[in-house]
Structure formats: C-alpha cells, structure tokens
Write a protein that binds this ligand. Structure first.
Ligand SMILES: [Fe+2]
Length: 233
C-alpha cells in the first residue's frame, strides 16, 4: 500500500458560508478534492475572523464536523482537517484568544494564525505578536509579503523571524498572483531563510485555489512546513 507523505496546508478557507471562501457545501467538497489531487493530505480550515465578529464555537464546530464527516463519502477518506481561524490583528488579541482558544489550531491553544490589513500596519503589531508568544500561543503571521509596509521595510519581517514569530507565505505569491511586490518580497524572505511555511490561502477553485505543488516546485521545497512537528499541530 502506498503511504502518502503528510503535506499540510495550514491556511485555507475551506468551510462553507463563513467568509469569502466557498458559498456552499458542494463548493467546499470540490476544493477539498482539488487539494487532495494536488497532494495535500491535511488542511487547516482557517476562516477570517476579527475580534467581536468571529463565528461562535458552536457554528464553527458544526461546520467543521459536517465537512469532516462528508469527506469519506466524497471519496476523500484519508484527507484530514484541522480547525482554526485567520485572526485579524487587534490590540487585545492575546487575551481574546486566551478566552476563545477554539480559534487556535485544533482548539489546543498552542498555535494561531494572525493576519494584518493589506495596506495599513497597526502600530501595535509587534507588541501583539510578542504578547501572544509570552502568553504561550505561538503566532504564525499570514502572508507578510502582501502587506504594503512590510514590502517596503523587510527589516520588520527580519525582527519577527529572529524573535520567534513563524512566517507563512502564500503559494500564489511565488507565482505572481498578488503582484510583483508580493512576489519579490516572498522570494526575499525565502532567500534570507525567514519563512517557516507556505500555505495556499485557498478561497475558491479558480483565482485562489487550494494548491501548493506549483509553488513548492518553484521554491524547491519538498514540504510546505519544513521544521514543524508532524502531524501539526
Ligand atoms: Fe486567508
């Protein structure tokens, strides 16, 4: 029997009708199929979430359980899902997550995915990321290569990497899907060894697909999560 290597996509919008990802359960299954055929074996479901507007634990659990249960019947019995969220940075994110650990990966309160606005760079960004570290929740910063300030000031990204913030680049950034600046920044972080992982940030089957293989090939990685414990989290 062929044993598939664990290929983990730690950032995807796979759950239906929670954000700007798939609008239906059927679309979610199609994305799951697309990811599996591309070689992904584990997908973290990380819907957008901002403090005060996050889906309730009941809603998230129900959506996650429904999709997980439907995978075998859809021909994907070995595709594994991890729950989570993509959290918009906010001043009190660390204490918010301590009260709402279901928004961390697997609900374990150990790792979380944090995003910044694409254009703005909140003054409290560094403080909040380090607050999370101190509180025992390892932050993963989603697609820093897409933030306009970080594109201009890579020394900020270097500080994050050196101080233990994990950095996740989008697969599409290496393929030019987010423009030249994001592509250039992603390759710079890669070259300098700042990146901990590549994820799809998949939203739909066309413009933002849940695929990793092309980007991994482009950067010469054999896994999207080098150096992370397997299985994650
Ligand atoms: Fe995302």
């Amino acid at each position: 029997m062929e044993v598939k290597a664990t290929i983990v996509d730690l950032h995807s919008h796979l759950l239906p009708s929670l954000d700007d990802g798939p609008h239906s359960f059927e679309q979610s299954l199609q994305l799951a199929q697309q990811a599996w055929e591309d070689g992904t074996t584990t997908i973290a479901c990380t819907p957008h979430c901002a403090e005060g507007t996050c889906p309730s634990q009941e809603r998230l659990d129900e959506s996650f359980a429904m999709l997980s249960k439907a995978l075998p019947a859809a021909g994907l019995p070995d595709l594994h899902l991890i729950s989570g969220a993509e959290l918009m940075i906010s001043p009190s994110l660390a204490s918010f997550l301590e009260r709402h650990p279901y928004l961390t990966y697997g609900g374990l309160g150990r790792y979380c995915l944090v995003e910044l606005p694409l254009v703005d760079y909140p003054l409290y960004t560094g403080r909040v990321l380090f607050d999370l570290l101190v509180s025992g929740i390892q932050p993963i910063l989603a697609h820093p290569e897409r933030n306009a300030r970080l594109q201009r000031e890579p020394h900020l990204v270097r500080q994050f990497a050196e101080r233990g913030i994990l950095l996740q680049a989008n697969a599409g950034s290496f393929l030019g899907h987010y423009g030249r600046m994001a592509e250039r920044s992603a390759y710079e972080y890669l070259r300098r060894g700042w990146l901990s992982m590549i994820a799809s940030d998949g939203h739909n089957g066309n413009s933002r697909p849940p695929l990793l293989s092309h980007a991994l090939k482009a950067v010469g990685w054999t896994t999207p999560t080098p150096g992370l414990p397997h299985p994650f989290p």
